[in-house]
Design a protein around this ligand. Structure first.
Ligand code: SF4
Ligand code: SF4
Length: 152
């Protein structure tokens, strides 16, 4: 998540600090965290909760990636669930962008099923050969570990 001190790779993106819930802060989804300065970053970066420190934003981790895929531009935060699944949280205030649609296809071509959450509703883009129930189960395990529940 964004570091207000050195801006790191997030640049002006602070979307995760708005879209995603943080249990230990009682921060719900779709509400800017009280520690976030919009477009600048986290005021408590060094002491941010474990959930924030452990968040693996795909854009943040990709070596060579277009800035168009930065979540505040593509309106979607992608996160790797495991070697089989990517998870995308869409900024529900916007229509799904073309670049986000393209990235869902790219993940499919790379051998991943993709689950997209739009304001609490999940849609699965199943890759060939995957079983929907198995993907749901794997995804639910990820959510329980991360958020303590099977929905965000
Ligand atoms: S969504 Fe990703 S790029 Fe944007 S602030 Fe969070 S970690 Fe950084
Ligand atoms: S504590 Fe910091 S990193 Fe975590 S959601 Fe709030 S502003 Fe973002």
């Amino acid at each position: 998540m964004a570091n207000i001190e050195n801006q790191n790779r997030c640049g002006q993106c602070t979307l995760c600090c708005y879209l995603l819930p943080v249990r230990s802060l009682n921060k719900p989804a779709n509400q800017l965290c009280k520690h976030c300065v919009l477009k600048k970053g986290c005021l408590i970066y060094k002491d941010r909760p474990k959930a924030c420190a452990g968040f693996r934003c795909a854009y943040h981790q990709m070596e060579k990636v277009s800035i168009k895929l930065r979540p505040d531009h593509c309106k979607m935060i992608f996160e790797k669930v495991n070697d089989n699944i990517f998870f995308g949280t869409q900024d529900h205030r916007f229509e799904m962008t073309e670049i986000a649609k393209q990235q869902i296809k790219n993940f499919g071509n790379q051998g991943y099923s993709v689950i997209i959450n739009t304001n609490g509703i999940n849609k699965i883009y199943l890759k060939k050969g995957d079983n929907a129930q198995d993907v749901k189960n794997e995804f639910n395990n990820f959510l329980i570990e991360k958020y303590g529940r099977t929905h965000i």
